[in-house]
Design a protein around this ligand. Structure first.
Ligand SMILES: Cc1cc2nc3c(=O)[nH]c(=O)nc-3n(C[C@H](O)[C@H](O)[C@H](O)COP(=O)(O)OP(=O)(O)OC[C@H]3O[C@@H](n4cnc5c(N)ncnc54)[C@H](O)[C@@H]3O)c2cc1C
Length: 458
């Protein structure tokens, strides 16, 4: 169910192992949209090179998620990362290495352009999916597009296939095993409201918008357990990205926010900026007023942290048409953005004071410094962007074991049901909304799912 990286990987590997396979995807045409196609194409595990030794990769994932990741799944990813990337390369998928950045040693080639907005056509992730689709067809696998899965077929208490809607009507696909690989539930506003944000339409979809939690529903109807439903992978974007497609999925505002302060309408800080853009995006989405935040910084931050990252905010936000608010004083800036001047002045003074005395942990909320160092906001002109949380995909989802079998509430596997990729929970999230790497989660779990089902059949 789903022909993103997780679904296609599983299907190709399953065909290699002699299984009969049908991939069902709701998209139309061979360039159907999915997050895998939109992605930046960087294969990493918790921002580490996947060639690192498995023990250190497991530690990095555990640390990134504050211990949230299920240890058996961390080990599975760490131990199978490199061999599955080699497998992908053997399918004809090409990689490029960024020698300067250790966690970018495996990037799908060619990489996207250094520019804002979407840029997927002919880029590495698009070519990788096309390669896998062609390979699947060559190997005799079935591909059914325009096919939206609605529910599971249940026979003798096991998942025995899927029922899907095609333009001509409903079709049943019988199977010994089903893999849910539908990419999460971020585009389902009801589920988003239930788990992620009280105002889901105030959270920007930073992806294909194709994943509506159909797999989650189907599996929970079969008794599946879920985990970590409130967390997501995403980034901070300017609020104008809601109207301007040149402002998402890049450039992000993360680097600026992690150096400066993120404030609400009262001019008060809303979260620990030192924990990074994914964490901040989660915190903003959880707020009653997710569209009420600004990032505040000064000229020096704009010229240093603003120029960091692969597609830096400075100058790409301006090239894309974003409004950089500028003022000679903090009070004037506050007035321009509709924020309490008194509150903002007090917040910035406390921020600057904490940096100069080394007392950031005493701020409210406490400001950590280990991951991202704060910078003083002292030099005019002072700047602000109205910001929002961009959701790439949900981090919570179906509980699985290290054989990708979906588990029920008692921890027992549901016969015939597997899950891979962004549909799976228990890998990303935790107290700091830790991110481990969506492409590797799709690739490793896809390969392992196929091998598991083939093993059960032999
Ligand atoms: C802009 C952007 C940049 C990213 N950059 C990176 C990166 O550099 N590195 C990284 O590791 N990760 C990155 N990611 C995350 C990564 O792309 C995802 O985690 C990963 O691709 C998820 O793969 P998937 O196969 O689980 O889901 P998807 O690729 O989203 O595929 C799910 C498929 O299921 C289909 N589907 C959904 N519901 C149904 C249904 N009911 N019936 C049939 N089909 C259905 C959808 O149409 C879709 O084709 C990025 C994502 C985005 C959007």
């Amino acid at each position: 169910m789903g022909a993103g990286l997780a679904g296609l990987t599983a299907a190709v590997r399953a065909r290699e192992l002699g299984l009969s396979v049908a991939v069902l995807d709701q998209g139309s045409g061979d360039r159907y949209l999915c997050n895998s196609r939109y992605s930046g194409g960087i294969l990493h595990l918790a921002f580490q090179d996947i060639a690192n030794d498995p023990a250190s990769l497991t530690r990095a994932m555990t640390e990134a998620t504050g211990g949230f990741i299920k240890s058996s799944l961390a080990e599975l990813l760490a131990q199978n990362g490199l061999r599955t990337v080699h497998w992908l390369r053997d399918q004809g998928v090409r990689f490029i290495r960024n020698p300067q950045v250790a966690w970018q040693h495996w990037v799908l080639a060619p990489p996207r352009a250094i520019t804002g907005g979407l840029d997927w056509e002919g880029r590495g992730p698009d070519l990788a999916l096309r390669t896998l689709l062609a390979r699947l067809r060559t190997l005799g696998g079935e591909v059914h597009l325009d096919t939206r899965v609605e529910r599971a077929l249940i026979r003798d208490g096991r998942c025995a296939g899927l029922v899907a809607r095609q333009p001509s009507g409903m079709v049943e696909f019988e199977a010994n095993a089903v893999l849910v690989a539908d990419g999460g539930f971020q585009a389902n506003l009801d589920l988003m409201k239930q788990h992620v944000s009280p105002k889901p339409d105030g959270v920007l979809q930073r992806g294909s918008g194709m994943s509506r939690g159909d797999g989650l529903r189907l599996a929970t109807e079969l008794g599946a357990a879920t985990t970590g439903m409130e967390a997501f992978y995403g980034h901070l974007l300017v609020r104008e990205a809601f109207e301007n497609p040149k402002l998402w999925p890049y450039p992000q505002v993360d680097e600026i926010a992690c150096a400066g302060v993120v404030v609400d309408r009262a001019g008060e800080r809303v979260a620990d900026e030192g924990l990074g853009g994914v964490y901040l995006a989660n915190q903003i989405a959880h707020r009653v007023d997710p569209l009420g935040c600004h990032v505040i910084f000064d000229a020096a931050i704009w010229d240093t942290q603003g120029r960091q990252s692969r597609i830096p905010a400075n100058p790409h936000l301006l090239r894309g048409g974003a409004t950089l608010v500028e003022a000679p004083t903090l009070a004037a800036l506050a007035e321009r953005i509709g924020v309490s001047a008194q509150g903002l002045e007090r917040t910035v003074a406390a921020h600057n004071q904490a940096i100069s005395t080394g007392q950031c942990a005493q701020l409210t909320p406490a400001r950590s410094t280990a991951k991202h160092a704060p910078a003083p906001i002292v030099g005019a002109p002072f700047h602000a962007f109205a910001i929002c949380a961009g959701i790439t995909h949900t981090a919570g989802g179906l509980q699985i074991d290290e054989r990708t079998r979906v588990l029920d509430q008692s921890g027992a596997p549901i016969a015939g049901l597997h899950a891979a990729g962004a549909a799976v929970g228990g890998i990303e999230g935790g107290p700091q909304a830790g991110y481990v790497g969506g492409l590797m989660k799709a690739l490793v779990l896809g390969v392992v799912a196929a091998e598991q089902v083939a093993g059960e059949r032999s």
